[in-house]
Structures are given as structure tokens and as C-alpha cells.
Design a protein around this ligand. Structure first.
Ligand code: P6P
Length: 345
């Protein structure tokens, strides 16, 4: 009898993975499902954004001082609501909130996790109908009981229990890892179910895409300038000149590179020495996924996953993607911009 190609849902997948861990009690399974539920609601609004007069500015500024779009606020509220209601986490750090949001769970054995999240990354692209995303990190709390604390949140990527992103694009996908590979689930909007569509995702062995905002060229460190020129040289055996692709939405740029291969760089510059991207809820989650997909993620010198966060919204330069491409870029940074290595200061 031929075995039909049965669709596997996110819920089935997560429960099956949980079953392989005898000590797992289902809390992480429920937490991941809480995130997926909020993502479906955000997806509905993102898709309707052009119609539901949800575009435009909420009128308030977020802690980054950026004018908030209504969808930013909506997405932030949905994820906080889902995580608080689910009871599996005791604190959230969100790009949209200056301080952590702590919960007191009435049951002491609940709330074992904390979540760092960018509810709607790339939101400046909303009006242009460009793919945007949600990025999340899940850590086990360090404190024993009670509402989550800042110390629970300020953990390096090597402590991650799970990390993932949702990309709201031509289709909506949830991609995540718990340290045993990377799996992608595509939302079937007709039934509101995430279905396994990209099992065991890996960066392609060879790649020729580089992704960086070259509009900032004059502010780049010498190592980045030299690497860009390296990408543009004519050398067929190393697939150069590479193709330049830049969307301006990290989740979209990262996801394209994961599927097609490539490197994404948001470096430190003379204007922003630490770059623009946030360590906790942008760099670390995609770094975990990149490493689990056979790739690499650094700040140009040091493994992103080993950087100890000191503040909630601290930034980090990001060189991420196919391993050999990241290593080549790091060679240029070590040779031409060693002064940018924060670990050496
Ligand atoms: P720039 C979106 O605002 C974001 O935070 C990331 O998603 C994206 O990679 C980056 O900023 C784009 O920044 O300076 O190139 O517009």
C-alpha cells in the first residue's frame, strides 16, 4: 500500500518532538502554539492592512523613537495577549516596550519561560506591501518563582530553548528551531493551520547572494567596503560577481538567503558603531536558526550566540548566512577593521 503524503501540522510536529523528550511536560509545546495562534491573527490583519484602514501611524512613538504604525501596536498587543493568556511564560521583552512585561502566574509550576520578541520587524515596509516578519527567542527563566525579572531576559543565545520567525509574505511561514534542526511551516489560510512544508532546512552548499544596504557605504568600516568590492570582482570559479539583493526587512532578507543561499550584513558604521539590529530579539533568534541550518552568525568577529546581553535593547552588528561567505567577510573585518572588534576593547 502506498503511504499517502500525509500533511503534518505544526501542532502534530511539536507534540511528536515533545514525545521524544520523556521529561517534557508540554509547556514548550503550548508556548509555541500560543505564538502560532497570535501569528495567525497578525497575519489576518497584515493581509487586510490595505483595506482595513489600519495603515498609517498610531500617533505614538515606540521606545526606539520611531513613529509606530497601527500594525506594530496591533501585533505587539496580540503576542502579549497570547503569551500572557497561555500562562507558559513569566515575562516578555518586546521591541515596542521599553521595559519587560512581567506576569504573576497563579500556578507556580507555570511560567517557566521568557520570550523576547520583535512583533513586526520591517514594519517601515508595510505600505509598500513588502514581506515583514515576527522574530522571537524563548529562554528558560533563571529566577525561581514570581513575575519574570530582567535577569531572566538578559541571557546569551547559547541559552536559547527555541527561536523562530514568522514571515508574512506571498505565503505566511513559521520557521523555528529547538536545537534539533530547522523546520518551516506554511499557513493554509483556508483552514488556519500551519503545515510542515520545509522539513530540515539547510543553507545551500554554494551561494552567490550578498545582502547589505549599500546606501550606507561611506559609513561602513574598511573591512566591509573591501568585502563588497570582493563580492563584485569577476571570478567565475567562486561564482563572482555575486548578486546583490536587499529588501530592507531582515526576516525577508534572511529567509531568502536560507532558501537560496547568501550572506546578510548589517554592520556597525561610523554613525552606529553597534549597527541597527537588536541582539535579543533580532540577531540571536536568526543566529540560532542560521547555525542549526549549517550557517554562521557573528558580529564580524565574535559568535552572536555567545554575546552576553547587558541591556534589553542593545544592538549588535550582524554578519549571517552561508558559513563560507560569513567566514570570508570575517577575514576582511579581521584584516582591515580590527578596531571594530568589541571583544578586544
Ligand atoms: P535600513 C527594519 O526596520 C529593520 O529593523 C530590519 O528588518 C532591516 O533589516 C533593517 O531595519 C533595514 O534597515 O537601514 O537598511 O533601512
Amino acid at each position: 500500500m502506498t503511504t499517502r503524503n500525509r500533511i503534518k501540522t505544526l501542532t502534530q510536529f511539536v507534540v511528536e518532538r515533545q514525545a521524544e523528550y520523556s521529561q517534557a511536560k508540554g509547556a514548550l509545546t503550548r508556548l509555541l502554539n500560543d505564538i502560532a495562534t497570535a501569528a495567525k491573527i497578525v497575519n489576518r490583519e497584515v493581509n487586510a492592512a490595505g483595506l482595513a484602514d489600519i495603515l498609517g501611524f498610531e500617533g505614538s512613538d515606540n521606545i526606539q523613537g520611531e513613529a509606530q504604525k497601527k500594525l506594530d501596536v496591533f501585533a505587539n498587543e496580540r503576542f502579549i495577549e497570547a503569551l500572557k493568556g497561555g500562562g507558559e511564560c513569566c515575562a516578555i521583552a518586546s521591541e515596542e516596550n521599553e521595559k519587560i512585561i512581567s506576569f504573576q502566574n497563579e500556578f507556580s509550576d507555570l511560567g517557566k519561560y521568557v520570550v523576547a520578541i520583535d512583533p513586526l520587524d520591517g514594519s517601515s515596509n508595510i505600505e509598500a506591501n513588502v514581506s515583514i516578519g515576527t522574530v522571537f527567542s524563548i529562554y528558560r527563566r533563571k529566577s525561581d518563582v514570581g513575575p519574570g525579572k530582567l535577569e531572566d531576559m538578559l541571557q546569551p543565545g547559547v541559552n536559547l530553548v527555541a527561536a523562530g520567525y514568522v514571515i508574512y509574505g506571498s505565503s505566511t511561514m513559521l520557521v523555528y528551531t529547538t536545537g534539533r534542526g530547522v523546520n518551516g511551516f506554511t499557513l493554509d489560510p483556508s483552514v488556519g493551520i500551519f503545515c510542515l512544508s520545509h522539513p530540515e532546512m539547510k543553507f545551500p552548499e554554494t551561494s552567490n547572494i550578498y545582502s547589505i544596504n549599500e546606501g550606507n557605504y561611506i559609513y561602513f568600516p574598511e573591512g566591509v567596503k573591501k568585502y563588497i568590492k570582493y563580492c563584485q570582482e569577476d571570478d567565475a570559479k567562486t561564482l563572482r560577481p555575486y548578486t546583490s539583493r536587499y529588501i530592507g526587512s531582515m526576516v525577508a532578507d534572511f529567509h531568502r538567503n536560507l532558501i537560496k543561499g547568501g550572506i546578510f550584513i548589517y554592520p556597525g558604521t561610523t554613525k552606529q558603531p553597534k549597527g541597527k539590529l537588536r541582539l535579543l530579539y533580532e540577531c540571536c533568534p536568526v543566529a540560532y536558526i542560521a547555525e542549526q541550518a549549517g550557517g554562521k552568525a557573528s558580529d564580524g568577529f565574535n559568535r552572536i550566540m555567545e554575546i552576553q546581553p547587558k541591556t534589553l535593547h542593545q544592538r549588535a552588528p550582524l554578519f549571517i548566512g552561508q558559513k563560507s561567505m560569513v567566514e570570508k567577510a570575517e577575514e576582511f573585518m579581521v584584516k582591515y577593521s580590527p578596531e571594530m572588534n568589541s571583544a578586544k576593547k
